[in-house]
Design a protein around this ligand. Sequence first.
Ligand SMILES: [Zn+2]
Ligand SMILES: [Zn+2]
Length: 217
Amino acid sequence: MLRSEQPAKHLPFFKLTEACGSGQCPLCRLRSDALESYLESLVYQGVNDRRFRAEFDRTYGFCTYHEHAFLAKQDRLAIVITHRELLARALAQTVPDSAPECSLCKLLEDTEQQYLETTEAYLHDDELRQAFEDSPGLCLPHFRKLRARLRETPSWLEELQQARLESALAAVDEYIEISNYSLSDNLSRLSKPHLRRLPDTVVGMLFGYNPDQDAGR
Ligand SMILES: [Zn+2]
Ligand SMILES: [Zn+2]
Protein backbone atom coordinates (compact mmCIF):
# COMPACT_ATOMS: atom_id res chain seq x y z
CA MET A 1 0.00 0.00 0.00
CA LEU A 2 1.30 3.47 -0.81
CA ARG A 3 1.97 5.74 2.08
CA SER A 4 -0.56 8.25 0.70
CA GLU A 5 -3.34 5.63 0.87
CA GLN A 6 -2.90 5.10 4.58
CA PRO A 7 -5.47 6.58 6.90
CA ALA A 8 -4.44 9.58 8.97
CA LYS A 9 -3.05 8.66 12.35
CA HIS A 10 -5.45 9.11 15.21
CA LEU A 11 -5.62 8.19 18.87
CA PRO A 12 -6.07 4.40 18.33
CA PHE A 13 -2.85 4.32 16.28
CA PHE A 14 -0.89 6.08 19.01
CA LYS A 15 -2.39 3.92 21.75
CA LEU A 16 -1.44 0.83 19.75
CA THR A 17 2.19 1.88 19.24
CA GLU A 18 2.43 2.89 22.89
CA ALA A 19 1.04 -0.50 24.00
CA CYS A 20 3.85 -2.16 22.02
CA GLY A 21 6.21 -0.84 24.71
CA SER A 22 4.27 -2.49 27.55
CA GLY A 23 6.33 -5.68 27.64
CA GLN A 24 3.39 -7.85 26.60
CA CYS A 25 1.17 -8.38 23.57
CA PRO A 26 -0.07 -4.87 22.66
CA LEU A 27 -3.63 -6.07 22.01
CA CYS A 28 -3.73 -7.83 25.39
CA ARG A 29 -2.47 -4.65 27.04
CA LEU A 30 -5.13 -2.48 25.35
CA ARG A 31 -7.77 -4.93 26.52
CA SER A 32 -6.60 -4.85 30.11
CA ASP A 33 -6.30 -1.04 29.98
CA ALA A 34 -9.93 -0.87 28.80
CA LEU A 35 -11.05 -3.13 31.66
CA GLU A 36 -9.09 -1.10 34.17
CA SER A 37 -10.44 2.26 33.03
CA TYR A 38 -14.03 0.94 32.88
CA LEU A 39 -13.85 -0.35 36.45
CA GLU A 40 -12.12 2.82 37.68
CA SER A 41 -14.83 5.04 36.24
CA LEU A 42 -17.50 2.71 37.56
CA VAL A 43 -16.12 2.87 41.06
CA TYR A 44 -15.56 6.62 41.04
CA GLN A 45 -18.76 7.85 39.49
CA GLY A 46 -20.68 5.27 37.54
CA VAL A 47 -22.60 3.19 40.06
CA ASN A 48 -25.34 5.78 40.36
CA ASP A 49 -25.62 6.27 36.62
CA ARG A 50 -29.15 5.25 35.71
CA ARG A 51 -28.29 3.79 32.33
CA PHE A 52 -25.49 1.71 33.78
CA ARG A 53 -27.73 0.42 36.57
CA ALA A 54 -30.53 -0.52 34.16
CA GLU A 55 -28.07 -2.47 32.01
CA PHE A 56 -26.40 -4.09 35.02
CA ASP A 57 -29.81 -5.22 36.31
CA ARG A 58 -30.91 -6.41 32.87
CA THR A 59 -27.82 -8.58 32.39
CA TYR A 60 -27.91 -9.68 36.05
CA GLY A 61 -24.46 -8.31 36.80
CA PHE A 62 -21.28 -9.25 34.98
CA CYS A 63 -19.90 -12.71 34.25
CA THR A 64 -18.17 -14.41 37.19
CA TYR A 65 -14.72 -13.30 36.09
CA HIS A 66 -15.70 -9.63 35.82
CA GLU A 67 -17.72 -9.71 39.04
CA HIS A 68 -14.49 -10.65 40.80
CA ALA A 69 -12.55 -7.99 38.90
CA PHE A 70 -15.14 -5.45 40.14
CA LEU A 71 -14.89 -6.85 43.68
CA ALA A 72 -11.09 -6.55 43.56
CA LYS A 73 -11.51 -2.78 43.17
CA GLN A 74 -12.29 -2.78 46.90
CA ASP A 75 -15.11 -0.26 46.73
CA ARG A 76 -17.50 -1.88 49.17
CA LEU A 77 -20.26 0.71 48.80
CA ALA A 78 -20.25 0.43 45.00
CA ILE A 79 -20.59 -3.35 45.26
CA VAL A 80 -23.39 -3.17 47.82
CA ILE A 81 -25.39 -0.55 45.87
CA THR A 82 -25.14 -2.33 42.52
CA HIS A 83 -25.98 -5.77 43.90
CA ARG A 84 -28.99 -4.89 46.00
CA GLU A 85 -31.42 -5.43 43.14
CA LEU A 86 -29.74 -8.71 42.17
CA LEU A 87 -30.13 -10.01 45.70
CA ALA A 88 -33.79 -8.98 45.81
CA ARG A 89 -34.38 -10.85 42.54
CA ALA A 90 -32.60 -13.94 43.89
CA LEU A 91 -34.96 -13.79 46.85
CA ALA A 92 -37.98 -13.39 44.57
CA GLN A 93 -36.64 -16.22 42.39
CA THR A 94 -36.63 -14.10 39.24
CA VAL A 95 -33.01 -14.70 38.27
CA PRO A 96 -32.75 -15.37 34.49
CA ASP A 97 -32.13 -19.05 33.69
CA SER A 98 -29.56 -18.42 30.99
CA ALA A 99 -27.03 -15.71 31.70
CA PRO A 100 -27.39 -12.71 29.35
CA GLU A 101 -24.17 -11.49 27.78
CA CYS A 102 -21.83 -9.74 30.22
CA SER A 103 -21.60 -6.09 29.17
CA LEU A 104 -17.93 -5.95 30.13
CA CYS A 105 -17.09 -9.00 28.02
CA LYS A 106 -18.87 -7.26 25.15
CA LEU A 107 -17.02 -3.98 25.70
CA LEU A 108 -13.65 -5.76 25.75
CA GLU A 109 -14.54 -7.77 22.67
CA ASP A 110 -15.41 -4.51 20.86
CA THR A 111 -12.16 -2.92 22.05
CA GLU A 112 -10.21 -5.88 20.75
CA GLN A 113 -11.97 -5.72 17.38
CA GLN A 114 -11.29 -2.00 17.13
CA TYR A 115 -7.56 -2.51 17.72
CA LEU A 116 -7.39 -5.49 15.36
CA GLU A 117 -8.82 -3.14 12.72
CA THR A 118 -6.27 -0.47 13.61
CA THR A 119 -3.44 -3.01 13.40
CA GLU A 120 -4.66 -4.18 10.01
CA ALA A 121 -5.05 -0.63 8.71
CA TYR A 122 -1.46 0.36 9.60
CA LEU A 123 0.39 -2.92 9.02
CA HIS A 124 2.44 -1.30 6.26
CA ASP A 125 3.32 1.74 8.31
CA ASP A 126 7.01 1.96 9.24
CA GLU A 127 6.30 3.44 12.66
CA LEU A 128 3.96 0.60 13.60
CA ARG A 129 6.35 -1.99 12.25
CA GLN A 130 9.19 -0.54 14.31
CA ALA A 131 6.99 -0.53 17.44
CA PHE A 132 6.07 -4.20 16.84
CA GLU A 133 9.71 -5.13 16.28
CA ASP A 134 10.61 -3.55 19.61
CA SER A 135 7.76 -5.44 21.35
CA PRO A 136 7.36 -9.07 22.52
CA GLY A 137 5.04 -9.56 19.51
CA LEU A 138 1.41 -10.62 19.57
CA CYS A 139 0.15 -13.46 21.74
CA LEU A 140 -0.86 -16.50 19.73
CA PRO A 141 -4.65 -15.91 20.02
CA HIS A 142 -4.32 -12.30 18.80
CA PHE A 143 -1.91 -13.24 16.04
CA ARG A 144 -4.35 -15.88 14.81
CA LYS A 145 -7.25 -13.44 14.96
CA LEU A 146 -5.25 -10.87 13.02
CA ARG A 147 -4.10 -13.39 10.44
CA ALA A 148 -7.68 -14.55 9.92
CA ARG A 149 -8.58 -10.98 8.85
CA LEU A 150 -5.72 -10.57 6.39
CA ARG A 151 -5.51 -11.75 2.82
CA GLU A 152 -1.76 -11.92 3.21
CA THR A 153 0.32 -11.62 6.36
CA PRO A 154 3.43 -9.47 5.82
CA SER A 155 6.57 -11.59 5.98
CA TRP A 156 8.19 -9.31 8.60
CA LEU A 157 5.31 -10.08 10.97
CA GLU A 158 5.46 -13.84 10.36
CA GLU A 159 9.22 -13.73 10.98
CA LEU A 160 8.82 -11.62 14.11
CA GLN A 161 6.26 -14.03 15.58
CA GLN A 162 8.46 -17.03 14.75
CA ALA A 163 11.49 -15.34 16.32
CA ARG A 164 9.58 -14.63 19.54
CA LEU A 165 8.44 -18.26 19.79
CA GLU A 166 11.94 -19.53 19.08
CA SER A 167 13.49 -17.38 21.78
CA ALA A 168 10.80 -18.46 24.28
CA LEU A 169 11.53 -22.10 23.46
CA ALA A 170 15.28 -21.51 23.89
CA ALA A 171 14.61 -19.82 27.25
CA VAL A 172 12.44 -22.76 28.35
CA ASP A 173 15.27 -25.17 27.48
CA GLU A 174 17.75 -22.98 29.34
CA TYR A 175 15.43 -22.89 32.35
CA ILE A 176 15.01 -26.66 32.41
CA GLU A 177 18.71 -27.23 32.01
CA ILE A 178 19.61 -24.87 34.87
CA SER A 179 16.95 -26.50 37.05
CA ASN A 180 18.61 -29.88 36.52
CA TYR A 181 21.62 -28.72 38.51
CA SER A 182 21.11 -28.06 42.18
CA LEU A 183 24.27 -25.95 42.56
CA SER A 184 23.26 -22.69 44.18
CA ASP A 185 25.09 -20.53 41.65
CA ASN A 186 23.16 -22.28 38.90
CA LEU A 187 19.88 -21.74 40.70
CA SER A 188 20.67 -18.06 41.09
CA ARG A 189 20.90 -17.93 37.31
CA LEU A 190 17.15 -18.59 37.29
CA SER A 191 16.66 -15.12 38.76
CA LYS A 192 17.80 -13.46 35.53
CA PRO A 193 14.88 -11.24 34.46
CA HIS A 194 14.01 -13.13 31.26
CA LEU A 195 13.96 -16.44 33.19
CA ARG A 196 12.18 -15.12 36.28
CA ARG A 197 9.28 -13.91 34.15
CA LEU A 198 9.39 -16.95 31.85
CA PRO A 199 6.30 -18.84 33.16
CA ASP A 200 4.15 -15.68 32.76
CA THR A 201 5.63 -15.05 29.34
CA VAL A 202 4.97 -18.60 28.13
CA VAL A 203 1.34 -18.67 29.28
CA GLY A 204 0.79 -15.11 28.01
CA MET A 205 2.28 -15.86 24.60
CA LEU A 206 0.26 -19.03 24.10
CA PHE A 207 -3.08 -18.13 25.71
CA GLY A 208 -3.06 -14.32 25.93
CA TYR A 209 -2.11 -12.17 28.89
CA ASN A 210 -5.65 -11.77 30.22
CA PRO A 211 -7.53 -14.51 32.08
CA ASP A 212 -10.85 -13.26 30.63
CA GLN A 213 -9.85 -13.48 27.00
CA ASP A 214 -11.12 -15.88 24.39
CA ALA A 215 -8.14 -17.87 23.14
CA GLY A 216 -10.18 -18.91 20.10
CA ARG A 217 -10.05 -22.64 20.70
ZN1 LIG B 1 -2.76 -10.70 22.93
ZN1 LIG C 1 -17.47 -10.66 31.50
